[in-house]
Design a protein around this ligand. Structure first.
Ligand SMILES: [Zn+2]
Length: 63
């Protein structure tokens, strides 16, 4: 499987593979996501919604 992005858009550092496994759609490293307070802090399983709903939510947040 090829991830569309393996480096953080903000700091350019590599994103932790464990984070990518949980959140393959993330574009921020954990550090930058926490600073920005953005969408990708919580693993899906903690949000309690299915993947498609989750992606819709992320789209709404980013738009
Ligand atoms: Zn970063």
């Amino acid at each position: 499987m090829v991830y569309f992005c393996r480096t953080c858009l903000q700091c350019g550092k590599a994103i932790n593979p464990d984070r990518l496994e949980i959140l393959p759609e993330t574009r921020l490293c954990r550090h930058c996501a926490e600073i920005s307070g953005s969408d990708l802090i919580f693993p899906r399983k903690e949000i309690g919604m299915d993947l498609e709903t989750y992606k819709d939510l992320l789209g709404a947040i980013r738009s």
